[in-house]
Design a binder for this molecule. Structure first.
Ligand code: ZN
Length: 162
C-alpha cells in the first residue's frame, strides 16, 4: 500500500498549521472541501474521506473531535457504542436521521445530540445535499469547572497590529 500523507503533514506542507508557545491552530478550509483530507482508518481497514479527526492536528488532551461531510444517500454501514466517552453531534448543514437504540431522530442544521457511551448509534443523510456535522467525544462525567467557573480574567494588553 502506498503511504498516505497524514492530514497534519499536508497542512504543515501547505502552511496551514500554526503552533505557538501555548496553542496549535489548523486551517482546513471550507467544510465543503473536507473530503480533500482522506484518512486510512485501521479499524475499518479502508480509507475514508469527508472526516477529519482533530486530536492529531491540534494535540487536544481532553477531547477527540471530528469534522464531517457526508454525501446525499450515505448511510453509516454499522452501529457503534463507546466504552467511556460520550459524544455530542452538532449538525451544521443538511438533513439526516440518527438511529439511537430503538429511536430514530430527525436532525438538520442546528440539531445537537448528546449520546451516553452505551447508546447504540448510527446515522444517515436523508437530504439532497451534504450533511455536515461536528462530533465531540469526551470522557463521560469528566467536566469539572466550566463556563465562567474555569475562566480567569487576565490583565494583558492586546496588540492586534502584529
Ligand atoms: Zn463514536
Amino acid at each position: 500500500m502506498e503511504t498516505m500523507q497524514s492530514t497534519r503533514e499536508k497542512l504543515v506542507e501547505d502552511g496551514k498549521l500554526q503552533t505557538g508557545g501555548h496553542y496549535t491552530a489548523a486551517h482546513l478550509g471550507k467544510m465543503a472541501g473536507l473530503d480533500g483530507y482522506p484518512m486510512y482508518l485501521p479499524s475499518l481497514k479502508r480509507t475514508v474521506t469527508g472526516k477529519v479527526f482533530i486530536k492529531d492536528l491540534l494535540d487536544t488532551t481532553g477531547s477527540e473531535i471530528s469534522m464531517n461531510k457526508v454525501p446525499p444517500g450515505f448511510e453509516m454501514p454499522f452501529s457503534h457504542a463507546h466504552k467511556h466517552n460520550e459524544e455530542v453531534f452538532i449538525f451544521l448543514g443538511g438533513k439526516g436521521q440518527m438511529s439511537i437504540d430503538d429511536d430514530i431522530i430527525e436532525v438538520e442544521e442546528g440539531s445537537m445530540v448528546r449520546l451516553e457511551p452505551k447508546a447504540v448509534r448510527s446515522f444517515r443523510n436523508t437530504g439532497d445535499t451534504e450533511l455536515y456535522f461536528i462530533c465531540i467525544q469526551t470522557r463521560e462525567k469528566s467536566l469539572q469547572g466550566y463556563t465562567t467557573e474555569d475562566g480567569i480574567k487576565v490583565d494583558r494588553e492586546i496588540n492586534w497590529q502584529k
